[in-house]
Design a protein around this ligand. Structure first.
Ligand code: ATP
Ligand code: MG
Length: 140
């Protein structure tokens, strides 16, 4: 599919270590275009809503604490097969299992503090993008 969009978050471990530019370089080198980007501090309400599907998981509280512990960079990425491409570029959730060259292999600190989020389907990408951006924010 041409010109698909996905939603990305550079998580608080990335802003804390001042590596957002290094992560963006990997994203761009993979052929994904950053068509919207904003640095924000997520509220608890935003984080709980964003990760609602995980609310019964044992790590939910920790996840919300982490995602609100510092600034994040929310992004819209565009490119061919952007959803699957970005999942590939991010690497496995657990950096110990992430392939060489992936963002999580290079940068992630742990399964919880794993540097990036990327949508897991085109439908979820639309929902996630709409939580943080309007059409007017996106310059493609
Ligand atoms: P993301 O949704 O952030 O792109 P993902 O799709 O690879 O990552 P999910 O299974 O959707 O992983 O989990 C969402 C997030 O919850 C993970 O990125 C991670 O930050 C956190 N998480 C997942 N599993 C664990 C765990 N076992 N312990 C702590 N945190 C976890
Ligand atoms: Mg996920």
């Amino acid at each position: 599919m041409a010109n698909e969009r996905t939603f990305s978050i550079l998580k608080p471990d990335a802003t804390r270590r001042n590596i957002t530019g290094a992560v963006n370089a990997v994203i761009e080198a993979a052929g994904l275009r950053i068509v919207a980007q904003r640095r924000i501090r997520m509220t608890r309400e935003q984080a709980e809503k964003f990760y609602e599907v995980h609310k019964e998981r044992p790590f939910f509280g920790e996840l919300v604490e982490f995602m609100t512990s510092g600034p994040v960079v929310v992004q819209v990425l565009e490119g061919e097969n952007a959803v699957a491409k970005y999942r590939e570029v991010m690497g496995a959730t657990n950096p110990a299992q992430a392939a060489d060259g992936t963002i999580r292999k290079q940068f992630a600190e742990s399964v919880g503090e794993n540097t990036v989020h990327g949508s897991d389907s085109a439908d979820n990408a639309k929902i996630e993008i709409a939580q943080f951006f309007t059409d007017a924010d996106i310059a493609a």
